[in-house]
Design a protein. Structure first.
Length: 250
């Protein structure tokens, strides 16, 4: 990524744009000022891509940046357009340190880069252990919602149903391949943005494929490995169908 046209020294007034830094003392600001910097970004330059390692927290001094998700087939959904004074990339600090979205400059922009490790240290210094745990929980929910947006946008109903089932199964007996998932078709429909009838058809296909093994009064048993393998085949099929202009993929 070659986005730098000029690097400038950041000053305290610009750092105070971030609310969580506005009350820092002089020594703490000096520490940030020694390592943070402003970078001038040209229009259409990428700041980072989804799943990149988190290295910086960003504050926009001028210009605008689009945060978006994209599928392998090139489909796109805009999460938010960030403008002057706004910051982004805080949530990954408290999850897996992986970017949740892509970021691209919509116009020539000036952006403050604060090293992620330094920012995290400053945040944790002002929080109790309980406060840190609460932040981790909240950021984990942000990550979950981010993945849900991606699933709902880029996957068809069968993929969404299977993805939901796998998510529910992953928390049950990690060492076991056959697990019981306690959920009804109506609940699956609500979780995947569909209706019961469509979900029931998708579940019938999964049963014929051997993924769903047995129904109970409260749910069903599934073969997790077969489900993972089937999901990979579905993803391949959908990518091919989108590429060829298949009208059934939505």
């Amino acid at each position: 990524m070659d986005t730098t046209t000029e690097t400038l020294v950041v000053n305290r007034s610009k750092l105070r744009l971030l609310p969580c830094l506005s009350r820092l003392g002089a020594d703490e600001f000096k520490s940030i000022e020694s390592k943070a910097f402003i970078r001038k970004i040209s229009k259409d330059d990428m700041l980072f891509s989804s799943s990149d390692e988190l290295k910086y927290i960003f504050i926009i001094v001028s210009g605008s940046v689009k945060l978006f998700k994209a599928s392998e087939e090139g489909r796109e959904i805009v999460i938010k357009t960030m403008s002057s004074g706004e910051h982004f990339c805080c949530a990954p600090l408290f999850t897996d340190r992986k970017q949740m979205v892509n970021a691209i400059a919509l116009e020539d922009s000036s952006i403050i880069y604060i090293p992620a490790e330094m920012f995290l240290e400053l945040m944790c210094d002002g929080l109790s252990g309980q406060g840190i745990k609460m932040l981790q929980t909240l950021c984990g929910k942000v990550q979950h919602l981010s993945k849900m947006v991606e699933t709902m946008t880029f996957k068809d109903v069968e993929q969404r149903v299977l993805s939901c089932i796998l998510g529910l199964a992953s928390g049950k007996s990690p060492s076991d391949n056959i697990v019981l998932v306690d959920i009804t078709h109506q609940e699956l429909a609500s979780m995947t943005g569909s209706v019961r009838e469509v979900v029931s058809r998708a579940m019938s296909k999964l049963k014929k494929s051997g993924i769903i093994l047995e129904r109970t009064s409260s749910g069903f048993k599934i073969d997790k490995q077969l489900a993972v393998d089937y999901m990979k085949r579905l993803d391949t099929r959908v990518r091919r169908c989108v590429k060829e202009g298949c009208p059934t993929i939505k």
